[in-house]
Design a protein around this ligand. Structure first.
Ligand code: BGC
Length: 770
């Protein structure tokens, strides 16, 4: 069988080389939004950077690569409390001595100016500090968590929320965000699903690129509103065995390169100039000590030219991994592997000078890392204006602006997924009597999601507030918590039953608290906690119609009366406008338009699970309840209850057959495919038509289905539209046994379907090169 390897995209390796910047621009290889401004900023300072490197002592070079928590503006988080290194007097002294190059997780224009002044006025070489922060889904204005926003399947929306976050961040004297997280996550037990774009590679790639562009903007990194994006955590962090946080990953090179690495490549191609190395080990080598990942692939194969930062002490953790003997050894291994900047541990400051003296680290490697960081600082415009973003008037004007708050509500309602709607229970009538029950009914502590540091608590909108604002008679709403999140509430169920007694419909706001997902929040069972399940049982016993509003940072395995409720809505953590955004959908001002970016399995024990699993030699028939000696569990088929891509509208969309221009695709040609979708319902429907393929015969077995494209179409009641796609051979390849991308001719199945388990397959043949 003939194959054709696909060439990697144009190399961008020349960013830091001695070549003239304008020549690079001419060659189209500038690694970020290639504005003349940014290019000129770097070029203007090229000589200064070389002069600085020549003037720096080894200690100052090591200091430049030392990244510490910002003790002046620090907001401790549960995961990363301020440790002993964070004494303001000590850090001020380190800045004066040139022993720190960057600070993170402090914000604020005015204080930012004062800290920068220490570097610019009191240090010998006056190198501006780089300020970084975990701005994951908004700085002050909090948008939906990234997993929720992924459900919108809308790259432009992701771009816009990242842009808004960047505007607020840049105005708060912060130059870099530790986002986007681009870890493809396929085990819902793992807590950090909430920070990513779900289980599918294509969706992760698209959102990685959109978010990088959103953070960095289109005008160059030195633009007033741009922040440096950091794709994290390289790599395979989400592949943790058993879904246990920080755990070992062990996988084939094909899975690494075919599933986990592509979103990092997409981020680099979109211009990300920073990468964070991961905590975990991959096939025995800790990621933060992996030369293969951080140098050979990242720089050698992809041409990345920015800098690599370790995750919080991840280079120090090479010792606990059993990969390094002690801190000095860890610093040597991480640094030589390609980690340029050390976060928090202080190991580079402590050990790089002696490692250089002994020859275990070369001066050339040290200079290279310093050059990468200084060049990125220049690209950010810090050598032109070290005080960028320190104007408190501008900070006040843009942070939490009306426009951003409106965008948060828009993003929120576009992220809500409707899973079930028997007898058209939704949308609710605004003059109905409603009992809003559950631990999240009137709650504001769980609307942001787990990765919010600087939100404005007073702006959080509870479901109760959102519902009352939407209803004709706000008094027609009765509210009862009924249960705590993980523990029962004394008398809670009785109160909830009383609230339900006079209502036409019960709306149950249940699920996970925001502390149940995020870093270090792995779960063994991805279910609704038992006390809430008991509350739902009591509500079901009233016989009233029931809407479930799930709050969640991962896919859940729904059980019993939750699963059997007439209506089920996935509401994630939608950010500060949560109550309003949910009300927009529940009362029909916005028809549900989102789709699941993660499969909701039948049972927790199916994890890890993703829709694109392989057929195996004994594929099970999903329609048969029990089939022995097939690839399935005793208790359930190997499918999802609600698969990837699933989501209903208030309309009723029917799919016609797949129409194909031909049943053959020429090797260098394209294939046009189309499907006609018709809204047979009474409400407008926003349908997301999804194109999946299956490579029937290949030199390595391929997923039973793989998403290749999607398109959104809005249909009025009764309206039909033909949705067209053009497919080409480059979309049909995979990572072969030789670890390169290859395309093989042969037979393919193709679906144009509403979700990963829907539609019927058509076939075409990719005809090999002559
Ligand atoms: C997380 C990173 C984060 C860093 C800094 C770590 O615990 O894994 O995602 O950027 O802390 O706060």
């Amino acid at each position: 069988m003939k194959t054709r390897p696909v060439k990697p995209s144009a190399s961008r390796r020349n960013f830091l080389s001695g070549l003239g910047l304008l020549a690079l621009m001419g060659a189209g290889v500038f690694p970020m939004p290639a504005t003349a401004e940014t290019a000129r900023a770097v070029q203007r300072h090229r000589q200064r950077i070389e002069d600085l490197i020549a003037a720096m002592t080894v200690e100052e070079k090591a200091g430049q690569l030392n990244l510490l928590a910002d003790p002046f503006r620090w907001m401790p988080t549960a995961v990363n409390p301020l440790d002993g290194t964070g004494d303001p007097a000590r850090v001020t002294a380190l800045i004066r001595e040139g022993k720190v190059g960057s600070l993170f997780n402090g914000i604020g224009a005015e204080t930012g100016r004062r800290i920068q002044q220490v570097a610019m006025e009191e240090s010998r070489l006056k190198i501006p500090l780089l300020f970084a922060a975990d701005v994951i889904h908004g700085l002050s204005t909090i948008f939906p968590v990234p997993l929720a926003e992924a459900a919108a399947f809308d790259t432009h929306l992701a771009y816009r929320t990242a842009r808004a976050a960047a505007v607020e961040t840049a105005a708060s004297a912060v130059h870099q965000t530790y986002a986007p997280m681009v870890d493809v996550a396929r085990d819902q037990r793992w807590g950090r699903n909430v920070e990513g774009a779900g289980e599918d590679v294509l969706l992760n790639n698209l959102l990685a690129a959109a978010r990088v562009r959103g953070f960095q903007g289109e005008k160059g990194l030195d633009d007033r509103d741009a922040v440096l994006a950091t794709a994290k955590h390289m790599a395979a962090y989400s592949g943790a065995i058993g879904g246990v946080e920080y755990n070992t990953t062990d996988m084939s090179e094909q899975t690494l390169r075919g599933v986990y690495l592509p979103p990092f490549k997409a981020a680099v191609d979109a211009g990300a100039l920073s990468i964070m190395s991961a905590f975990n080990d991959v096939n025995g080598v800790p990621a933060s000590g992996s030369r293969k990942l951080l140098t050979d692939i990242l720089r050698g194969e992809w041409g990345f030219e920015g800098f690599v930062v370790s995750d919080y002490t991840s280079e120090q953790e090479l010792v606990a991994h059993g990969f390094a003997e002690d801190g000095r050894d860890a610093a040597r291994l991480a640094f030589n592997a390609g980690v340029d900047v050390s976060m928090v541990s202080g190991l580079y400051l402590e050990h790089l000078p002696s490692l250089v003296a002994s020859g275990e680290v070369s001066m050339a490697r040290l200079d290279e890392a310093v050059r990468r960081l200084l060049t990125t600082k220049a690209a950010l415009g810090l050598f032109d204006d070290p005080y960028r973003g320190t104007d408190p008037v501008r900070e006040k004007a843009v942070v939490g602006s009306r426009e951003h708050i409106a965008l948060s509500r828009e993003a929120g309602r576009k992220s809500v997924v409707l899973l079930k709607n028997d007898n058209q229970l939704l949308p609710l009538n605004k003059s109905q009597k409603i009992a809003l029950v559950g631990p999240f009914a009137d709650d504001v502590d769980n609307v942001w999601g787990p990765w919010t540091i600087w939100g404005a608590p007073e702006r959080r909108v509870s479901l109760e507030a959102g519902f009352r604002a939407a209803m004709t008679d706000p008094q027609a709403l009765t509210v009862a918590r009924g249960s705590g999140v993980e523990t029962p509430l004394d008398g809670g169920i009785e109160e909830a039953v009383r609230a339900a007694a006079n209502a036409d419909v019960i709306v149950l706001a249940i699920g996970e608290s925001q502390k149940m997902s995020g870093e270090a929040q792995s779960r063994t069972e991805i279910v609704v906690p038992a006390p809430q399940q008991a509350l739902v049982d009591a509500m079901a016993a009233t016989g009233k119609p029931m809407v479930i509003l799930l709050r969640n940072g991962r896919a859940l395995a729904l059980e019993g009366n939750v699963k059997n409720a007439q209506a089920i809505v996935v509401t994630w953590f939608l950010g500060e406008q949560m109550g309003n955004a949910v009300a927009d959908v529940v009362f029909g001002d916005h028809g549900p338009s989102a789709r699941l970016p993660v499969s909701f399995p039948h049972k927790s024990g199916q994890q890890p699970y993703s829709y694109d699993h392989k057929n195996t030699g004994r594929p099970a028939n999903p329609d048969l309840p029990i089939e022995e000696y097939k690839a399935r569990y005793r208790e359930t088929t190997n499918t999802a209850l609600y698969p990837f891509g699933y989501g209903l509208t208030y309309g009723e969309v029917a799919y016609g057959p797949v129409e194909m221009e031909s049943n053959q695709m020429a090797w260098a040609g394209t294939l046009d495919v189309a499907v006609t979708v018709t809204n047979q319902g009474a409400h407008v429907a926003e349908e997301l038509v999804q194109l999946y393929i299956h490579d029937r015969v290949a030199s390595l077995t391929q997923p039973g289905r793989l998403l290749k494209d999607f398109k959104r179409v809005t249909l009025r009641p009764g309206q039909s539209e033909t949705v067209r796609f053009t497919l080409n051979a480059r979309q049909l390849g995979f990572i072969g046994e030789d670890n390169t991308y290859r395309i093989e001719p042969g037979l393919f199945d193709l679906w144009l379907a509403p979700h990963a388990q829907g539609g019927s397959a058509a076939q075409f043949r990719l005809v090999g090169p002559a």
